[in-house]
Design a protein around this ligand. Structure first.
Ligand code: PEP
Ligand code: MG
Length: 565
């Protein structure tokens, strides 16, 4: 019998095969459709109770994921809770109940439907994604109104490993599943930036979303094989071996000349909560600790709060190096407590270091906390979004002033490597000049790509253009790395491209010393480099061939052929 095949969008790389388990969607469109409005008062109480229960559930989830997965994931639930106190959502629903014509379910559906339509009509992809949040919260409210028990941790089979098929997968459901027994995710709805996709990548579970064609037939399959990179799923015989290859990093074959030699594979994290993943995927340090998540809550962290977080990470990561990045707020990262200015082009505005240099008291406080934490183990600090040497110098003046303050106050400090991010083309171009001012460079390929190609990194319409494989981006990276080596400092990569196994041999060949990535990507990069033997001449040829290209498509071909040669 021929295997049937379905296609979707691969959102979390990896390959898996095994038995399926189907999570049917809750019918939010029709819940409570037929029940009558008994009294306005009663509907009001029902709504109140549903909001309360939803809020309690969300708080429980938020705390659980903050401890287990870190701040980035916890923020999903913070955003959901904010919706519950949003006057234009729940407030509006209460008002409409007063008319006495609709019940709580109908009112919620109406208000949420309008909000979703409005958000989807806005061009900014940030707001379009918020429409998904509204739908998530609506679903939970309706379930609570209907007393639907759908705790997936109860529904999921008690033993065995499965590929999970789901009409939709909310963050709450994803969190509740026992991830060590989930081989893969196949979700009918959602895109690359849907929360389920982000979570799958965080956990390193292969996933495919947006499989709309032939969904009914697919859910009837008992055994499937999927590829979360290429975006396909196929039926397979039931005696196929069960596997998910995301832990393949353990099987690394690392010979004398393998590309893994001399390359540090580190992790990017957003909070101490991510440390369990750092250990699980065996990172050799933290190449990027994004501190902005500490500042995204309703209240700003104190110096002591920061000290505690930084110290925990450094201590846990020791004897490896922890690179702490100073606050990179602005752009796509919002922080209500910081009162950021409204800007027409936030990615080109007062972001990151541009912001902290304008708020020296806040900047100094963070730098003091970093100095104090440095006593706990090997630490580095780096500054984001530098465009000119003057900015770097001003940042360093603050750093030394903070050191003085800490010493004056009698605190113990450790040594600190001082680095800067290379993510603005002007800084990349000046790498040879800037190299004498720092101990290391860390290339932020996400921003470097968006600024070199003038293509918003958040805009799905420009995804094709916004590619680190563009020869100009790779040429710039090669130039920066070579300039740093000449001046005796090291360069790492900490943007998403750092976790791309296809690019890893090129990065090694241009002299990059550290690749820092989402913990879930470590295994595949380790395997790719560990399996590859390349002489210095072959590495030189690879670099020359890449840099001879004019087109992204040609670069991809060159990289692919070096992988198989
Ligand atoms: C980058 O720009 O590549 C980077 C690592 O920083 P962020 O993604 O936090 O902007
Ligand atoms: Mg950046």
């Amino acid at each position: 019998m021929e295997n049937k095949i379905w296609h979707g969008l691969g959102v979390s790389a990896g390959h898996a095969a095994g038995p399926t388990w189907y999570l049917k969607g809750f019918q939010a469109e029709t819940a409570g459709e037929t029940s009558q409005v008994s009294s306005i008062e009663e509907e009001r109480v029902r709504l109140q109770q549903a909001v309360l229960r939803t809020e309690q559930n969300l708080t429980g989830l938020e705390e659980k994921v903050r401890a287990e997965q870190g701040e980035e994931v916890a923020q999903i639930f913070v955003a959901h809770k904010l919706l519950l106190s949003d006057p234009s959502f729940i407030g509006e629903a209460y008002q409409r109940l007063e008319k006495g014509q609709l019940n709580a379910e109908q009112v919620l559906r109406e208000v949420a439907g309008e909000a979703v339509q409005m958000l989807q009509s806005l061009e900014d992809p940030y707001f379009q994604e918020r429409a998904v949040d509204v739908q998530d919260v609506l679903g939970q409210l309706l379930k609570n109104l209907q007393n639907v028990q759908d705790d997936v941790s109860d529904l999921f089979p008690q033993s065995g490993n499965y590929i999970v098929l789901a009409d939709e997968l909310t963050p709450a459901q994803t969190i509740a599943l026992p991830k060590d027994r989930v081989l893969g995710f196949i979700v009918r709805q959602g895109g690359k930036t849907s929360h389920a996709a982000i979570l799958a990548r965080t956990y390193g579970i292969p996933a495919l979303v947006g499989v709309t064609d032939g969904w009914g037939d697919l859910t009837a399959q008992k055994w499937l094989e999927l590829d979360g990179e290429e975006g396909w799923v196929q039926s397979s015989a039931e005696n196929q071996v069960i596997f998910a290859n995301t832990d393949a990093g353990d099987e690394v074959i690392s010979g004398e000349n393998s590309l893994l030699q001399g390359m540090i594979l580190a992790a990017n994290i957003g909070s101490p909560g991510d440390l369990s993943l750092v250990r699980k995927f065996k990172a050799q340090g933290i190449g990027l600790y994004r501190t902005e998540f500490l500042f995204m809550g309703e209240e700003l962290p104190s110096e002591e709060d920061q000290l505690e977080a930084y110290r925990q990470v450094i201590d846990d990561c020791s004897p490896h190096l922890t690179v702490i990045r100073t606050l990179d707020i602005g752009g796509d990262k919002k922080a209500p407590a910081l009162n950021l200015p409204q800007e027409k082009n936030p990615f080109l505005g007062v972001r990151a270091l541009r912001f902290t240099l304008r708020r020296p008291e806040l900047f100094r406080q963070q730098l003091r906390a970093i100095w104090r934490a440095s006593a706990a183990g090997p630490t580095a600090v780096m500054f984001p979004m530098i465009a000119t040497p003057e900015e770097l110098e001003e940042a360093k003046e603050n750093l030394w002033a903070a050191r003085e303050e800490v010493l004056q106050a009698g605190y113990e400090i450790g040594g600190l490597q001082v680095g800067m991010m290379i993510e603005i083309p002007s800084a990349a171009w000046l790498a040879d000049k800037l190299a004498s001012l720092v101990d290391f460079f860390s290339i932020g390929t996400n921003d470097l790509t968006q600024y070199m190609l003038a293509a918003d990194r958040e805009n799905p319409e420009l995804a094709e253009l916004n590619q680190p494989y563009h020869p100009a981006v790779l040429g710039m990276i090669a130039r920066v790395s070579q300039a740093s080596l000449k001046k005796g400092i090291w360069t790492g990569i900490c943007g998403e491209a750092g976790g791309d196994p296809l690019l890893a041999p090129f990065f090694k060949a241009v002299g990059i010393k550290e690749l820092s990535m989402a913990p879930g990507s470590l295994a595949k990069v380790r395997t790719a480099l560990g399996k590859m033997e390349m002489s210095l001449e072959e590495q030189e040829t690879l670099v020359k061939s890449v840099l001879a290209c004019a087109r992204t498509s040609e670069v991809i071909k060159v990289l692919q052929s070096s992988k198989t040669s």
